[in-house]
Design a protein around this ligand. Structure first.
Ligand code: FAD
Length: 474
């Protein structure tokens, strides 16, 4: 073995670089031991000149009509499993004055099939304000790329193929709207490129410092902690920005990644619809401008009849075939989404019963962010669902789903002990999944008289046999 597996964590304070950087250094040093370089040949320095990955020619008129006739740069290169949906409804499910905006978005489909646990994937576009900000910072620094400039991109080496949408001519405006992630937080690598572009000693020194191991704490304070995005960084480094050209844009700006959403409706109930439940990401840091999540804000802005391209993916949840098994679902916040799908499916097939379909839902307040409350309460009334809610801020002490699980310990243990229960946990990946797991372990200890080790073993065994499943996101 040359080197053991390295697993980067995107949620680490320093991003995946924290693991990747150290891992790559070790890889090179181990390779050099196995394959020493001939005498007089030395490894390239980390800051050696960057060769652009593609050749980019800019023109103003060629094929402009063809390019502009498409709704999206992905239209010409869609994958076979992509399909168009139109917005039927985009409904806020939280109270108008509640700080968190959550949307139940209903898409009209042509009957594309999906099942419980499935996930909808889509590519967001940048918000118009972000596009204007990038174009403004480039203009102010005399980078002469007009919104209608046409990019013709050619491969330099077959090792770095051109992504599908860039195989066709695209305008700069289209790239800004759909390809470049303008909310991306620059990483160490970005600063090594800026260091090469700048003709200011001060800027170069700062950028190079951010590329060193010692500079990572400063880079974290400058970029990651305040969530400063690439457009804001370009504004701070004008002497580098003014030297940007079509080719270097692809080195500095990363592509937008698709996002996943658990499907919140059942195909059995809504044959020509797909629903998703989206928490709109907005938060403040020490920077003056509010931070906006790329995809959730794009979705929140969609209007009725807007058309977008999507595709389906199997989620990680696999629900039991035997409807006599007890299904315990823990879904605070938008974690409700996959369970709304599953519950609707059971209702549609007449197999929903409060006896063995139990949902633990959690939110801040009954009147603030109890998503889809009318339909859940109606199902509870009809005895099709056992609904247990934790409204964390409706009383002095904060009550979360894990507290409600402990209150229901005896019911839960009765289901677990017969090995007839399935547990599903969905929602925010921060503390909730671990707290919920701890509550199940405590239940086994207290109700089943198991030792801590035995209880842990039981839950681990449930995880191994897919009877305890988790799907969480940030
Ligand atoms: C299988 C799966 C299913 C999912 N299902 C759903 C779903 O049903 N509903 C749903 O809403 N989402 C769901 N997600 C998450 C969804 O894919 C997106 O990640 C989410 O909508 C945020 O995307 P965004 O582009 O708006 O935010 P981004 O632009 O990607 O920004 C999000 C990032 O901002 C940072 N951030 C967010 N809040 C703060 C804060 N307060 N302080 C500091 N930093 C912060 C975090 O680093 C976070 O990763 C799911 C994800 C997966 C993988």
């Amino acid at each position: 073995m040359i080197i053991s597996l390295g697993l980067g964590d995107d949620q680490h304070d320093f991003g995946y670089d924290a693991v990747a950087d150290v891992w790559i250094e070790s890889l090179w040093s181990n390779l050099l031991k196995i394959f020493p370089l001939p005498e007089g040949i030395y490894p390239l320095s980390r800051n050696s000149a960057i060769t652009p990955r593609w050749k980019v020619s800019l023109s103003t008129k060629a094929d402009l009509l063809l390019v502009e006739s498409y709704n999206s740069i992905y239209d010409l290169s869609r994958l076979p499993d992509e399909f168009y949906v139109t917005i039927k409804d985009n409904i806020r499910t939280t109270a108008p004055l509640h700080f968190q905006d959550v949307r139940l978005i209903k898409f009209k489909t042509n009957g594309e099939r999906y099942g419980p646990g499935d996930v909808l994937c889509l590519r967001p576009k940048n918000l118009p304000i972000q596009v204007r900000k990038l174009q403004k910072v480039l203009n102010e620094n005399n980078v002469n790329i007009k919104p209608d400039s046409v990019f013709d991109i050619a491969e330099v080496t077959s090792e770095i193929p051109i992504p599908r949408p860039l195989k066709y001519k695209v305008t700069f405006q289209q790239l800004c709207e759909e390809y470049f992630d303008l909310t991306a937080i620059p990483r160490r690598y970005t600063f090594s490129i800026l260091a090469q572009l700048t003709d200011s000693d001060l800027e170069k020194e700062k950028c190079l410092e951010f590329t060193t191991a010692e500079g990572q704490e400063d880079l974290y304070s400058y970029c990651n902690r305040p969530r400063r995005n690439i457009v804001e960084v370009l504004r701070d480094f004008p002497h580098a920005t003014k030297n940007l050209n079509g080719e270097m844009l692809f080195e500095i700006l990363t592509p937008i990644k698709p996002r996943d959403f658990s499907i919140a409706s059942s195909y059995a109930k809504y044959r020509n619809e797909i629903h998703i439940l989206v928490a709109v990401v907005k938060y403040k840091t020490k920077l003056v401008t509010e931070r906006l999540g790329l995809c959730s804000n794009y979705l929140a802005d969609l209007k009725v009849d807007d058309k977008i391209s999507v595709w389906l993916k199997r989620g990680s949840f696999s629900f039991p075939k035997d409807t006599n098994d007890t299904v315990i679902m823990v879904g605070p916040g938008t974690g409700l989404a996959p369970f709304r799908n599953y519950i609707q499916e059971r209702v549609a097939y007449n197999t929903a019963s409060a006896h063995n379909l139990i949902l633990f839902f959690g939110c801040r307040g009954k009147n603030n962010d109890f998503h889809c409350s009318d339909e859940l309460l109606a199902l509870e009334k009809e005895n099709k669902l056992r609904l247990i809610c934790a409204f964390s801020r409706d009383q002095e002490n904060k009550v979360y789903v894990q507290h409600k699980l402990l209150e229901e310990a005896s019911t839960i243990w009765n289901a677990l002990k017969d090995k007839k229960a399935y547990i599903f946990v969905a929602g925010n990946s921060k503390n909730m999944p671990q707290e919920v797991r701890n509550a199940f372990v405590s239940t086994c200890i207290e109700q089943g008289n198991l030792s801590k080790e035995e209880a842990e073993k039981l839950i681990r065994e449930m995880e191994r046999t897919n009877r305890y499943q988790t799907e969480t996101w940030f």
